[in-house]
Structure formats: C-alpha cells, structure tokens
Design a protein around this ligand. Structure first.
Ligand code: 16G
Ligand code: ZN
Length: 534
C-alpha cells in the first residue's frame, strides 16, 4: 500500500513540471528554485534507497552555494561525508528526469540494480538547507519523499554544507568523530582552537582580529555562534550578515565574487592591511585578502591557503617522532607559482587532478596526511586513521622528548580543528588563523612566500561544449582533433606560459585558463587560445 502512495503522492503533490532534462553534476542539481520541487521529492526517495543500500545515514543538502538567490540546488552526502558516489549520479539524473508515470519503473530499476532487499528498513536521512527563501519548501519536499518511502528524516534546519557533512560522519561513526549536533560541531572546533592558541591571543605581527564577509548567507548566521565559543581568542568582525529575504545573498560579496572578480567586496571597511576573509553561500569555500596602503587589492586564495597549511604541517610533523607522508592535491587551476613553491621550497609532493571536490578528496586519501584545495577556496586536510592512531599511540608511550610531545599534541589538536569530511570555510578559517598565530605572521608575511603568476579565466560559449574532451587532469585536450597542438604552439610563445581549456561541469560554457609572466602576456595568451575554441 505504501508503494502506491509514494507514486500517487508524487503525481499529486510534486508533479514533474519541467520538460527539459537536468543533470546531477559536480555540485548535484542546480537551477532556478521554482523548477525544483519534484526533483527534491525524488531526491528524498533516492536518499532512502542509498541509505538502505549502504545501511547508513545519508545527507541531503539544499543549497545553490554561490549562485544568485533565486537559484537553488540539492546534493546527496554519502556515509563518510563524501559526495555521492559517481555511479549513483546517473541514477539521480534518471530519477529526476523521468515522467511521473515512469517514476516507479526507475525506482524499481535502482532497487534491482543494487539488489536492495531491506526495503522495510527505516534509515535516517539528514537534511540541511541554506538561507534562501525557497529552501524551506524545498526541504519539505525532501522530507515528504523520505517519509513516503519509509525513511526517517532528520531536519537540521539552516546549516552550512560542511556542517551537514559533519553530522552525517558523526552519525555513521557512532559519534567517534563528534556529536551530531550544531553545538557538538562548535565545541569540537573551538575547543581544539583554544587549546592550540593558548593564553597569548596575539603573537609577533599576528593580531587576533579578522574581518569576515558572510556573503549575506548561512556563513554569517553560523559564525555568530562560533564567536561565543571562541571567547575572545579570535575576534571575528562580521560584515554582510543580512540573511533571509534581503535578496543580497552572494551579491557583490562572498568568496566566489572576490575570487572570480579579483575585487574587494562591498560592505567591509577599506582600511589598509586588514586581514579579511569571505565565505560563499553555503560556507564551504573561503578566501583571504587585503587592501594595501595604495588601495591595491591582494588575494590569498585556495592555493595560498594550501601552501600555508602544507608548509606548517610539514614543520610540525618533522618535530614529532613519527614518519608520516604528507602530500598536496591541486587542480589545473592552481597558480603555477604555487606549484613551484610547494615542489621546490616546501618539498612536499604535489598531485594534480580533475576539477571537483570528489576528485581532490579521493586523491588526498592516498597520503597519510593529504592537503587538498581548489584555487577557488574549497579544501581541507584528511588524515588516515592509521596516521591518527600512530600519533595518539606515540603520545601514550612516554619516551618522547618535550619537543616531540608538544608537536604531537599540537598536531592532534589541529586535527580536531579540521573538518575532514569536506572543505569547510569556518574550520579552514580557524586553521589559517592558528597557523598565522603560531608563525607570528601578518597577512603580508603570509603573502610574501611567493608571487602569483598573472592569470586569467575566460568563458567561451560554443554550440556543443561536449566536443571538447580532456585528459591529464584536464590539462590537455583530446578532441577536437588538432586543438591541443594549436594551444601548445601558442603557449610556447609566452615565457612561463600555461593554458588549458575544459568544458564546465556547472555552466553551458567552455572555460579557458591562462597564466604567463606578465599581465599583458597573460591577457594575450588567454585571448589567443579562446579564439581557437570558437
Ligand atoms: C563545482 C565543484 C567545485 C568546482 C566547480 C567547477 C563540488 C562540490 N563543487 O562547484 O569544486 O570548482 O564545480 O565548476 O565538487 P566548473 O566545472 O563550472 O568549472
Ligand atoms: Zn559552496
């Protein structure tokens, strides 16, 4: 009987109103909020199937991240906090696009394909949403889908994407990772942060005040709670915190605006040399920046954060008695100067993978300690369980020198500042602040490690972007025939030139990236390559 209701309910309450297909891309489904109700209901169904198949709690996050306020989206979170496994993406796409009368068939196809037999189980589905005005009704659609199929929805209300990932991991590790509540999340992060910082809130050229651009979204709402727990150890000055219904979400502010426009956001005081950071609309990305005495804008993006973290972890690690391998994962968008610096100065191995968090995360898991960041500010650090165990065991042995003991203890606390489940703007901010404090660095000193090569990102609209296929972590084109040869010959004319093209996974465009030793060369290189793509 319940089964009949599932599909009757779908037809009545959440009919498929949109004819055109959508696809589950690198960031799940994302489109205009008004076109998403039936998709949400269906993702509620899919989450229950996935949870039954994995015998674990699954997450559903409703957000369109840095997109404008009228958009929304949805992504599923796997049991250990990863993005939905790739082989299920095609089922998500099928389920979203099938007509109402065939919905039952696709559901049965999934049940058969994965031999899901425990259809009477009542697994938990954790649901979170961002601050968009459309999010509550879309969350209700997910809840209805979960209930219709007999799952147990747990509505976390408005949370950041990384908070939801954290809750899912807590649930599935039986709280070994932390308490699956917001309070548990803040306590874990701030507790570890305060321990590492100690009683001296300032150090050298580091001052414990940061200007924080909340993008008028969930990242603003949540930092208010965090601040209380920090108890003055870090002063977070909040800007752009008009939240629900202001229409200002991500508008002229937020991490995506700052990174892609390479501009200072609206709403923050423009005093020189103040350390500023911006998060995006679901608080899974962060970038730092400042204005100098001449009002020149300086950006410290994901590449900078990655190098700061990797350099520091390497140093702390060397002071422990334990030999763990540390690696850094980037994408082709990482500035060439950062890659040179990591390889030649830090001497940390670097891997390059395709765009998208799941690729970076997956690769980072190959190291004992894997740091990964996209240039856009999404990233985190992952530690192998065996690595954590070795650190903990070492601390128990009592045969460490004081220095080794201190370093091991510090590293273990640092692990607790980090949200290993996924890139987390709030946790990344605490980590950056911890490192700058420990080094006694101002933002300028952090920046002085290396000089970014001038770089440019262009969008080119073509009839069919799928004709471009790539290899070698998207750094080389396979098709159309001859394109790569042309790019190679253009690039060879420019000192320190590098350029690649790839079809976007989130927009109907081809992206062209270029960098070169001067701004003028870089602009020319980008334009020349873009012309070949047309
Ligand atoms: C998605 C990805 C992000 C990537 C971006 C690239 C996730 C959760 N998000 O937003 O990591 O940088 O896509 O977009 O994987 P593009 O394919 O349009 O360049
Ligand atoms: Zn985001």
């Amino acid at each position: 009987l319940r089964y009949r209701t599932v599909y009757a309910f779908a037809r009545e309450m959440y009919p498929k109103t949109v004819k055109s297909d959508i696809s589950y891309g690198t960031a799940g489904f994302r489109t205009r909020a008004t076109d998403l109700s039936y998709v949400m209901y269906r993702m509620g169904l899919l989450a229950v199937l996935r949870a039954r198949y994995k015998n674990a709690a699954i997450g559903v996050m409703i957000t369109a991240s840095h997109n404008p306020e009228p958009d929304n989206g949805v992504k599923l979170v796997d049991p250990m906090g990863e993005m939905l496994e790739q082989s299920w993406e095609k089922w998500a796409t099928k389920l979203a696009n099938v007509t109402d009368d065939k919905l039952e068939n696709v559901m049965n196809d999934i049940i058969n394909e994965y031999k899901i037999e425990n259809m009477n189980d009542r697994p938990e589905v954790l649901i979170g949403k961002d601050t968009r005005p459309s999010s509550p009704s879309l969350a209700k659609a997910v809840v209805d889908g979960v209930l219709a199929l007999g799952g147990k929805p747990i509505d976390y209300g408005i949370v950041t994407t990384p908070q939801l990932h954290y809750f899912v991991v807590c649930k599935n590790t039986h709280r070994a990772y932390g308490q699956p509540t917001e309070e548990g999340y803040y306590k874990k992060l701030t507790g570890a942060f305060k321990k590492v910082r100690g009683q001296n809130f300032n150090n050298g050229n580091y001052t414990n005040r940061v200007l924080y651009d909340g993008a008028n979204g969930v990242g603003a709402k949540k930092v208010k709670y965090l601040r209380e727990g920090l108890e003055g150890s870090l002063l977070v000055d909040m800007y752009n915190d008009e939240i629900i219904g202001s229409g200002k979400l991500n508008y002229l502010c937020g991490a995506d605006f700052v990174k892609s426009q390479q501009k200072f956001p609206t709403g923050l005081p423009q005093d020189p040399n103040l350390r500023c950071c911006s998060v995006d609309g679901d608080a899974d990305r962060i970038v730092y920046y400042y204005l100098d005495e001449d009002k020149k804008f300086h950006l410290l993006d994901g590449d900078r954060i990655a190098t700061l973290i990797a350099g520091y972890l390497k140093e702390v690690l060397e002071k422990t008695s334990i030999d763990l391998n540390l690696g850094l994962v980037q994408t082709a968008y990482a500035n060439g100067a950062s890659t040179d610096y990591i390889t030649n100065e830090l001497k940390v191995p670097v891997a390059c993978v395709s765009t998208g968090v799941k690729h970076l995360h997956h690769k980072a898991l190959e190291y004992d300690i894997g740091v990964y960041f996209e240039a856009n500010g999404h990233g985190t650090v992952v530690f192998k369980d065996s690595a954590k165990k070795r650190l903990k065991d070492a601390l128990q042995t009592n045969n460490l020198s004081d220095e080794q003991k201190e370093a091991t203890d510090k590293l273990l606390n640092i692990i607790d500042i980090i949200n290993e489940a996924v890139g987390d703007a709030i946790s990344d901010m605490l980590l950056v602040e911890t490192i700058l404090h420990s080094r006694g660095w101002s933002i300028k000193e952090w920046e002085s490690a290396y000089a970014d090569l001038p770089n440019k990102l262009l969008k080119v609209t073509v009839e069919n972007r799928a004709v471009i296929t790539t290899t070698d972590a998207e750094r080389k084109c396979l098709t159309p025939d001859g394109l790569q040869r042309e790019i190679d010959s253009i690039v060879s004319k420019y000192p320190k030139g590098r350029s690649f093209v790839r079809p976007s996974g989130t927009e109907d465009v081809v992206r062209v990236y270029a960098e070169a030793s001067t701004k003028q060369d870089c602009d020319r290189l980008a334009a020349e390559v873009a012309r070949k793509v047309f």
